[in-house]
Write a protein that binds this ligand. Structure first.
Ligand code: CU
Length: 188
């Protein structure tokens, strides 16, 4: 390829404007901009609950739960995604009857109110995305994050209200669920 050829590729000569090239670049920019807008909306919108996926607690939810990336934690918990019966290894009859079955392990966590706990989610599947959504008892989603294949996702969770909360993977319902019991503050 000569430098002139290369130059004309990047700077089309006015006599031979590359309209299809320009149109293609414009279309690509529009597609990228749309994708980015959709991604940003998904990532940052938190007020409308389950419909807006992948969000952290908003102002209302943060009165119940706060989530921080780095904070000193009093407890550390690793939650694994367990392939209970999947097409690669599960019994054919089970897969036919139930489909692929995943679970969180452990599926029950007890932590104290106002005590930061680091929860690290390990997605052990190379070909399946999971997610992690915490709901209050009325089914209102407080936060929702993605667990990409073969990833560790670590945050520090502090509950400011006692009681029982649900967590679930929205991708694998109805089976991939768990509960968090928030106990009174630890006695000194
Ligand atoms: Cu899942």
């Amino acid at each position: 390829m000569t430098s002139q050829h290369s130059d004309s590729f990047f700077h089309p000569h006015p006599k031979h404007p590359s309209r299809s090239y320009t149109a293609a670049v414009c279309a690509a920019v529009v597609v990228l901009a749309s994708a980015w807008a959709a991604y940003s909306a998904e990532s940052t919108t938190g007020a409308s609950g389950v419909a807006a996926r992948y969000f952290m607690p908003d102002a209302a939810s943060s009165r119940i739960l706060t989530v921080a990336k780095s904070e000193t934690a009093a407890a550390s918990i690793v939650v694994l995604t367990e392939a209970v019966a999947v097409k690669e290894t599960g019994p054919k009859a089970t897969i036919a009857h139930f489909g692929e079955v995943y679970a969180f392990s452990p599926s029950f966590i007890a932590i104290h109110r106002d005590e930061p706990a680091r929860i690290t989610l390990w997605n052990l599947q190379p070909d399946d995305e999971h997610d992690f959504m915490i709901e209050d008892r009325s089914g209102h989603a407080l936060m929702h994050l993605r667990m990409l294949p073969l990833s560790k996702t670590s945050y520090v969770y502090t509950f400011h209200r006692e009681g029982l909360f649900d967590f679930r993977c929205a991708v694998h319902q109805p089976e991939m669920n768990g509960q968090i019991l928030v106990l009174p503050p630890r006695a000194n």
